[in-house]
Design a protein around this ligand. Sequence first.
Ligand code: GRF
Length: 209
Amino acid sequence: MIRVVVLVSGGGTNLQALLDSKAAGKFPQAEIVMVLSNRKKAYALERAKAAGIPAVYLPTVRYDSNEAYGMALRDLLLENKVDLIVLAGFLVVLDKCVIEAFPNRIINIHPSLIPSFCGDGFYGLKVHEEALRRGVKVTGATVHFVDSGTDTGPIILQKAVDILPDDTPESLQLRVMQQAEWKLLPEAVRLFSEGRLKVEGRICQIQGE
Ligand code: GRF
């Protein structure tokens, strides 16, 4: 069984998509063993508790540097024998000690078609505001492995979403979640748990397709 930890900071709709997919039997070879947040009030923690999954609050203020936080997080993940870490709206920049401890075992969901509208400063609504400002007609979401850069790791899955003429950043954010993020993330966990993601350099190939 693949042991999955989900890291969150906010509402946790992507976490909910994972919980629902697990309950529906979409990835029988993976189990979500813990949900961890840097924010005490993250509603995602309530979602975890409601599903009977250990919900851990690990505040950054307890540590005097991002590196110290990263070491504590890494040690907790290692102690729990984690196979896959899912970043589902986790707003702490992962220290390199975490990334180095779990090569090609950390995945992130980003609300655009990478390499558009990604990198430093592109998170949350800002991504959708920039897409609308640039006037692109298609955006979407990307699940990728996490490497030492920001949104630079091997791309696992992408899904396009049309931009409509009267979209606001909020309406676009919701549609990208509904049509892309909530589908891609459980699918990526399924593929990982089936051992079908093979990474060579920057390229991730899905085997058996
Ligand atoms: C999502 O838009 C995701 O793409 C981004 O953070 C947001 C998290 O939303 N990385 P939620 O907490 O899953 O509702």
